[in-house]
Design a binder for this molecule. Structure first.
Ligand SMILES: Cc1ncc(COP(=O)(O)O)c(C=O)c1O
Length: 394
């Protein structure tokens, strides 16, 4: 039984939202195994193997904590483990998800200070540098950045944010949300000296929703010893103690861990460099299609283009949600909607996760047919541009 079949269309549903992404059959099969005793002898071996492989995915030698929660839980874990009530945090409002993280910080009684953007580029690094150099008393305890803003298709340059913090000689922790970039866009937790990396299972990791992660630096662990925000479920300390032997302090999502074990092995077998260049290539093919249609890409700065999704602006007077509904009915494909102020103004093409060239061409073909069926002014030839690019670069 397919849970999405609200209307009869033959063929597999194309889930081309920017996460949750399509789950590979091998991962689905891994989940379809008997749940094991999470305190029994086999479990520790599975847990230890997963934690070891996760280090490679996050490009860290430090601990990676796995929560049975969506990405929002890992956001909260990052904040409550390291900060105290009233702490100032510098946050970059690059889009909808950065805004939600900031609202969470306020609810947790932190004092976010915002650096705004026009939602058409990544974090404003010179503005971060300026805010930190003005903060001579070191009131700011953390800088929080969303690596890939899923609502806009703009990435932030974490290497440059790191350099700005170092140049200011500022001791703030660096926290980065990689929920829609991990295992799709190159991300180096250790090399960029990130203190807490937040991630989720349902995008580049090719799993269903339900797991989320904190990768943690020694500096973040030291901060956790003094942080005063209340924490219990999210507390890193019992997690790390149990993880030493591959176990968890409370019931883990056992069958999702089977899936994680398989998905991570698949990614490592493909090779992270190949995974990243596949995503880069598909993103470039998508942008070429969008330009050939004569439509506008939401991201204005090519240095901030996302390799996991492309947000496309609708011509004035045309509804993005109407187009998405046409495409769902015509081609059985889901695309991402516009969020917050971009509602109905953009549609988002997810090109991350378990995706080959034919899935991408099918996706772009569904968009091009939908543009025609919905009467959206455009030029033909987007799919051809993508094919030309992929064929030339294969
Ligand atoms: C960049 C980013 N951060 C945070 C979230 C929130 O994660 P979740 O919906 O898994 O709680 C999302 C969800 O799409 C996201 O894309």
């Amino acid at each position: 039984m397919a849970y999405y079949a609200s209307h009869p269309v033959a063929g597999r549903h194309f889930l081309q939202i920017p996460g949750p992404t399509n789950v590979p059959d091998a991962v689905l099969r891994a989940m379809d195994n008997p749940t094991m005793d999470h305190r029994g002898p086999d479990f520790g071996q599975l847990g230890a193997q997963i934690l070891l492989n996760l280090n490679k995915i996050f490009q860290t030698t430090g601990p990676v904590i796995v929560y049975p929660a969506s990405g929002t839980g890992a956001w909260e874990a990052a904040l409550v483990n390291t900060l105290s009530p009233g702490d100032a945090v510098l946050m970059c409002r690059t889009g909808w998800f950065a805004t939600l993280w900031q609202e969470m910080a306020e609810r947790l009684l932190l004092k976010p200070e915002f650096i705004e953007t026009d939602w058409r580029r990544g974090a404003d690094v010179p503005a971060i540098a300026e805010a930190l150099s003005r903060d001579r008393s070191h009131r700011i305890k953390a800088v929080c950045v969303v690596h890939n803003e899923t609502s806009t298709g703009c990435t932030s340059r974490i290497d440059e944010v790191r350099a700005a913090i170092d140049a200011a000689g500022h001791p703030a922790l660096l926290m980065v949300d990689t929920i829609s970039s991990l295992a799709s866009i190159d991300y180096k937790h250790d090399a960029w000296q990130v203190d807490v990396t937040v991630a989720g299972s349902q995008k580049g990791l090719m799993l269903p929703p339900g797991l989320s992660f904190n990768a943690v630096s020694p500096k973040a662990l030291a901060a956790a010893e003094h942080a005063k925000l209340p924490r219990s479920y999210w507390d890193w300390r019992p997690m790390l103690a149990a993880n030493e032997t591959g176990f968890f302090p409370y019931t883990p999502a056992t069958n999702l861990l089977y899936a994680l074990d398989t998905a991570v092995k698949m990614l490592l077998e493909e090779g992270l460099e190949n995974v990243f260049s596949r995503h880069d290539r598909f993103a470039e093919a998508t942008r070429r299609a969008v330009r050939a249609w004569g439509l506008e890409i939401q991201c204005l700065d090519p240095r901030h283009y996302s390799s996991s999704l492309t947000a496309v602006r609708m011509p004035p007077g045309h509804s993005a949600d109407g187009l998405r509904a046409t495409i769902l009915g015509q081609s059985n494909m889901s695309l991402g909607n516009g969020l917050g102020p971009l509602r109905d103004q953009v549609f988002r093409i997810g090109h991350l996760g378990d995706l080959g060239p034919l899935s991408l061409i099918g996706t772009l073909g569904g968009v091009e047919m939908g543009l025609r069926a919905a009467g959206v002014p455009h030029k033909p030839g987007g799919v051809q541009s993508a094919i030309d690019f992929l064929a030339g670069n294969a």
